[in-house]
Write a protein that binds this ligand. Structure first.
Ligand code: SF4
Length: 465
């Protein structure tokens, strides 16, 4: 166990309290010695744990899982779970900065990593628990991301929350599930969103309306939380959060810049989700100093690699842009693609108009409009905008092929990607491939089938010279 904790950045094991907490939480989760051994093997295989920043990063997820499992013991009286709640991390940290009794988590994200095949490999139990209730299994099924939240609560692996937060910026499956949880468990919920079904030929005015509506709903969300949680959070508190997180934002931007500008991938694409979901963990104010420190270490370590000309694949390896989220739980696909001698760059809500990696910063004195900057990103835009964003991103990155991940549990993602696959290939003149995946369910991974498809894709790219 100590060795696993060291791999996850519990560096010197000097903090006995921290270690005892991890052991208590593992016991509650039913983690066995065998699970720990498997986790050690897989973490060494899929993650660059020779880098201090990566070890520390894994530790942040592990601590979030531990804090969540022990939240009631720790006297947290306001436990808030968020799912698909874009822009909420900043609102959340304003509340958690005011009282240690408030704890906010995206439990499905944290446990997709901790219970995925790389760590304790227990996700199937959680998914089955959700499927035994109202979330269907099978190929045409509900998204495993929402199953994770429902299953974790159903199995009492994490405390029953005091408040559930969900947005409708992407789908209706998450809001419907949260609504059912609200009914079943009698837990208050809050939903926020904006209008999605826009016409393709609408101009900038329509976009302004979309932002204005979202900003208004976020303001209502804060008011509602103040009432339910009983802690005052003002607009000034939100501005303070924006200011306090600038270093974290800058560190992430520097990491992106380095990865995008390097001819060879500086780190395996298996790290895609774990690096880029980090900002969700900034929902808890107590995590922020550790996140700033960790992302700064990651940047410096990657910069050192960059300066030395290091790469995880050969410089002339074909570069694939993989659209739609990498698996949040299972790094095997990215690992296998790299083993086949291809470099992967990923899209995970990080492409913005003109292929930028960050939103345009708007001068505004409305803090809620400021919080809506994420609405510029590829995942919440209408199809035509998404297409243009991907096209420009692919051009900037000079990719040799586009892998379109069709996440079968998601109507939004799968529908769009089917349309975009051929259009992107035609526009950019590079091969494209559609691969059906379930981005949150490791049971879906079929090594032999996926490997054959990727070998074929590599041949298509090579034949284009
Ligand atoms: S992946 Fe799609 S279906 Fe799943 S929670 Fe996200 S938007 Fe909803």
């Amino acid at each position: 166990m100590d060795e696993l904790l060291k791999l996850c950045g519990y560096e010197e094991l000097e903090d006995k309290e921290d270690i005892q907490r991890a052991k208590r939480a593992f016991h509650k989760l039913g983690v066995t010695d065998e699970d720990v051994e498997r986790a050690k093997r897989n973490i060494r295989k899929y993650y660059d744990v020779e880098l201090e920043g990566i070890r520390k990063m894994l530790g942040i997820y592990l601590r979030d899982g531990v804090n969540l499992v022990l939240a009631r013991e720790d006297g947290r009286t306001n436990i808030v779970y968020a799912i698909m709640a874009e822009g909420f991390d900043l609102i959340a940290s304003a509340f958690t900065s005011k009282s240690e009794e408030v704890y906010v988590s995206w439990p499905e994200s944290t446990f997709e990593i901790l219970f995925g095949p790389t760590f304790f490999d227990k996700q199937h139990e959680v998914l089955e628990a959700a499927e035994a209730r109202w979330l269907k299994e099978g190929i045409v099924s509900h998204c495993a991301n929402v199953k994770m939240l429902a299953g974790l609560v159903a199995l009492d692996l994490i405390p029953r929350p005091d408040l559930l937060i969900v947005s409708g910026f992407l789908c209706d499956v998450a809001p419907k599930t949260v609504d059912l949880m609200h009914e079943f468990y009698d837990v208050p919920m809050y939903y926020f969103g904006t209008c999605l079904d826009r016409e393709e030929d609408e101009g900038p005015e329509a976009e302004k309306e979309r932002v204005a509506l979202a900003a208004n709903q976020m303001e209502e969300l804060v008011k509602n939380m103040v009432e339910v949680i009983g802690i005052e959070v003002t607009e000034e508190d939100l501005w303070k959060q924006i200011e306090a997180k600038k270093d974290l934002k800058n560190n992430m931007a520097q990491i992106h810049g380095l990865l995008d500008n390097s001819k060879k991938p500086l780190i395996s694409a298996t790290h895609g989700s774990v690096i880029f979901l980090l900002q969700r963990l900034a929902a808890n104010w107590s995590n922020v100093p550790r996140l700033i420190d960790t992302t700064s270490i990651i940047y410096n370590e990657l910069k050192e690699r960059y300066d030395k000309g290091y790469g995880v694949v050969e410089e002339d390896a074909p570069l694939i842009l993989a659209l739609n989220p990498v698996s949040f739980t299972d790094p095997r696909l990215e690992y296998m693609i790299e083993q086949l001698g291809m470099a992967v760059t990923t899209e995970i809500d990080l492409f913005f108009p003109d292929g930028r990696r960050a939103p345009e910063v708007e001068e505004t004195d409305n803090v809620y409009v400021k919080l809506c900057a994420f609405l510029q990103d590829s995942k919440t835009r209408k199809l035509a905008d998404r297409f243009n964003i991907f096209k420009e991103s692919a051009k900037k990155l000079k990719v040799d092929g586009i892998l379109c991940r069709g996440h079968v549990g998601c109507r939004t993602i799968y529908g769009d990607i089917m349309v975009m696959k051929d259009a992107l290939g035609k526009e950019l003149g590079v091969p494209t491939m559609l691969l059906e995946v379930e981005s949150f369910d490791p049971r879906f991974y079929n090594h032999e089938v996926f490997k054959r498809r990727m070998e074929m894709f590599k041949m298509m790219i090579e034949s284009q010279g």
